[in-house]
Design a protein around this ligand. Structure first.
Ligand code: GLS
Length: 789
């Protein structure tokens, strides 16, 4: 976008006056933020409208996801419009600090972790690539909770991003629809957010539905002065879009969750079909030619029977014809093999919430049951295993695979595991449905925005084509022996570390040595991600430094950031444990400045933007086979952090791209774990034989550490020692510690370390979500570039 300073100034002043009756020089940062946001919205309005017009004529992909972890929009939008530096400069001239303005924006935190952030990165890539793709989800009033620490324990407080409204949303009452549940109906009111592509006029849309009651107020009851009951319907309806389930990869099994899913899925499908009919009339057989719908995990899978309902019940299409349409329209992504994430609904509950949808689901089930009987007449077990309704449970993943034309995993290893194990029966039946789509991240947010120093330097070296084609980074390899380049990369890292140090000093009052190694693990707290393994190593290291004060050791800062699902006690215990150990180590004067442990409170997208650029080590230490992909690993890599990881998820591909010698790979492989499981794993073996390990594990229960009486440390101890250490923490400890020492030695050789950094950056090209999205577009959705002039 062309930047015209006078025009912006005029618009901004006009907005401030109209909206707040204030002049530019007297406006508060909040007022400036709002006015600036609205000015951006007014400048993109025309392009947004034209994008919609163009897309309506062509095939579109719709991404149905219960989560979109967008973070802040202002900075990203300005960057994608190509006017970020100009705006910063312009505000500076007016005596306004841009950073202060940016900080007025709350994160749109409508997601838990990787799954939701992936959806957000996909939106950015779709728009940037001029691809007709739209997101659909729920406009949760409260996103993922805000995390506070009290005595080292996590405390949750509601997140309230809509408290002062949101400048980036436009309400569209003309597109309101009604969603019918068995017992009641609610209004679904859409709000659209523009998704501004980088360096293009295309502006895509993320449509979020808000739930409202049909009747606002029962006047009769109100007049009897029973105020609470008078608004009961309203409250019940609004509950649907009240809060995002703060749970990653587990199925809450709550009625409200099913209502949420059906609510946004039904509203979205009604919307899609309404728009289709406007252009194509009743030629429903053309739906797969113009519409592709991606089911992001099992959460929106109820879309399959819902589209059947719309076609059969509402539009009068024959069941058989409708089913053909459905199968060609949907595709499904699996994001985890954790069994608890493959949603299953109890028949009774499903039937109560969505009775008609239950009948249709049953119809689909019966149809498939017959197919199975014909396919495997001699294998009743297999027939039973694959049925959609088993006993009194409905298997949403099975429904998804049966009703889709494509099924994908999110990294090569993950897809292989799906094909060979979790979904083996299905892969045998439908080999052509399965394919891999390794995840990616958008370089616009995760390098250009979050690390402008490195971004400019890269552009200085190889030009700026990488912003739209990340494989360009490969050209950096020519500088692998260039001392000047290597030392500059190192210096930028130090600069980013200093910025993080400053942030942590301001927000958490902690002092960190910017010349120490920043070893970082940021992600949701889960046993399989093994934050426990990490903190055990730190505690062991602490003992060693105490015993051997002259040990040759580069000072290291261990940084953690993680939210735990509120009901996940063990995860919360691990947060306490990290903070407990942090307090001991940070408070020990003998250790001062050599070892530090920091738990970053309320880890979220905006904080992630400060952390990834500052990391030296990227901790990706999940039990092999458990992390479907990971995407934080890619953000670290792109910013020159070295992976310390297991061969799990996308780590495998990261090591392949950058060369295993440029990462620190340790621990059991998937097949080692299978073998050890078969043989019988006894955690007492490492416990008794690995030096120092017993000391660490016992600290949980011998009084050296304290859970303040909650009993959770004993529980963790028992999970490891008596209940089989499911995640092989003790088994992998020794190898992990060995790698940690190796890192500490290697870091001293600045040049060879910087070479590793450069190798990682140069080979991060594959991990752009642009690459991922192009694969989806070409191999699953069959959508084409549609550029706005
Ligand atoms: C997840 C996986 O756990 C991650 O490994 C993956 O990167 C992400 C996106 O595909 O999806 N699945 C899930 O339920 N939450 C995730 O973050």
């Amino acid at each position: 976008m062309e930047f015209n300073k006078e025009k912006w100034k005029e618009k901004l002043e006009e907005r401030l006056l109209e909206k707040f009756s204030v002049s530019l020089k007297d406006a508060s940062p909040f007022e400036v933020y709002k006015a600036l946001g609205e000015t951006v919205m007014s400048f993109i309005a025309k392009d947004w409208y034209e994008t919609k017009q163009e897309y309506s004529k062509t095939k579109q992909a719709f991404y149905l996801s219960s989560e979109f972890l967008m973070g802040r929009a202002l900075g990203n939008n300005l960057i994608n419009l190509g006017i970020d530096k100009e705006i910063q400069e312009f505000l500076k001239e007016l005596g306004i600090d841009y950073n202060q303005i940016e900080d007025e924006e709350e994160d749109a935190a409508l997601g838990n972790g990787g799954l939701g952030r992936l959806a957000a990165c996909f939106m950015d890539s779709l728009a940037t690539l001029n691809l007709p793709g739209q997101g659909y989800s729920i406009r949760y009033r409260n996103g993922i909770f805000n995390q506070y620490l009290r005595d080292g324990y996590q405390v949750e407080k509601p997140e309230t991003w809509l408290k002062y409204e949101d400048v980036w949303s436009v309400m569209r009452p003309e597109d309101e629809v009604v969603v019918n549940f068995g017992y009641t109906s609610v209004r679904a009111l859409p709000y659209d957010m523009p998704i501004i592509g980088y360096g293009t006029k295309n502006v895509n849309t993320l449509r979020l539905w808000e739930a409202h009651s049909i009747v606002d107020l029962d006047l009769g009851v109100f007049n009897q002065q029973d105020y609470l009951h008078a608004t009961q319907d309203k409250t019940l309806a609004e509950d649907i879009s009240r809060v995002l389930y703060p749970n990653d990869s587990t199925d809450e099994g709550k009625k409200l969750r099913l209502r949420q899913q059906y609510f946004f899925v039904s509203a979205s499908l009604q919307d899609i079909i309404k728009k289709f009919k406007k252009v194509h009339g009743r030629e429903f057989s053309k739906i797969p030619e113009f519409i592709s719908i991606q089911l992001n995990d099992t959460h929106p899978v109820i879309a399959i029977p819902e589209l059947m309902r719309i076609l059969v019940d509402v539009e009068g299409v024959l069941w058989e014809d409708a089913w053909e349409i459905v199968k060609k329209t949907f595709s499904y992504t699996n994001h985890t093999i954790l069994a608890e994430a493959l949603e299953k609904w109890w028949v009774g509950l499903y039937q109560e919430v969505v009775p008609r949808i239950f009948q249709i689901t049953e119809g689909i089930h019966n149809q498939f049951k017959n197919e199975l009987a014909n396919l495997y007449p001699n294998d009743v077990n297999k027939q039973n295993r694959m049925q959609i309704i088993q006993g009194n449970m409905i298997h949403m993943a099975w429904l998804a695979i049966y009703g889709s034309h494509k099924v994908n995993g999110v990294a090569e290893l993950h897809t292989e595991i799906l094909k060979e194990h979790e979904l083996r029966d299905w892969y045998e039946l439908y080999p052509d449905k399965f394919l891999n789509k390794t995840n990616g991240i958008t370089q616009r947010r995760w390098l250009l925005k979050s690390n402008p120093q490195l971004a400019s330097y890269i552009t200085e070296l190889i030009g700026d084509a990488w912003i739209k084609d990340l494989s360009e980074l490969k050209k950096l390899e020519q500088f692998i022996d260039d001392k000047k380049v290597l030392s500059k990369i190192w210096d930028i890292k130090i600069e980013k570390k200093k910025e993080l140090v400053e942030y942590l000093r301001e927000t958490q009052g902690i002092d960190i040595n910017p010349n120490s190694i920043f070893d970082v693990q940021v992600k949701r707290l889960h046993e399989y991600k093994r934050q426990l393994l990490n903190i055990f190593q730190v505690y062991d290291l602490y003992q060693q430094l105490k015993q051997n004060p002259n040990m040759d050791f580069v000072p290291t800062t261990y940084i953690y950031g993680a939210k735990a699902a509120p009901g996940y006690k063990v995860a919360k215990g691990i947060i306490r444990l990290i903070n407990d150990i942090a307090q001991i180590i940070n408070g020990d004067d003998e250790i001062k400045d050599r070892l530090k442990v920091v738990f970053v409170e309320n880890y979220r997208v905006t904080v992630a933007e400060k952390i990834f650029p500052a990391a030296d080590i990227s901790e990706q230490i999940s039990t092999a086979g458990k992390e479907a992909s990971g995407t934080g690993n890619m953000k670290f890599m792109l910013n020159g952090a070295i992976t310390l990881g297991t061969l799990d998820g996308a780590n495998v591909e990261i090591a392949k791209e950058a060369g295993e010698e440029n990462e620190y790979i340790f621990g059991m492989r998937v097949k080692d774990i299978e073998e050890l499981r078969k043989k019988g794993y006894d955690p007492r073996f490492p416990y008794n034989n690995v030096t120092g390990l017993k000391q660490v594990v016992d600290a949980l229960i011998d009084g050296r550490l304290s859970d303040l009486g909650s009993g959770i440390y004993r529980e963790i101890h028992s999970l490891l020692m008596e209940r089989g250490d499911q995640y092989f923490v003790l088994e992998d400890f020794e190898d992990y510690r060995r790698k940690q020492r190796e890192i500490n030695r290697d870091y001293k050789d600045k040049i060879s370390w910087a070479k590793k950094m450069l190798k990682n950056i140069a080979n991060a090209g594959k991990f752009s979500s642009d690459r991922t999205i192009l694969e989806y577009a070409n191999e699953i959705w069959n959508i084409k570039e549609t550029k706005i002039k």
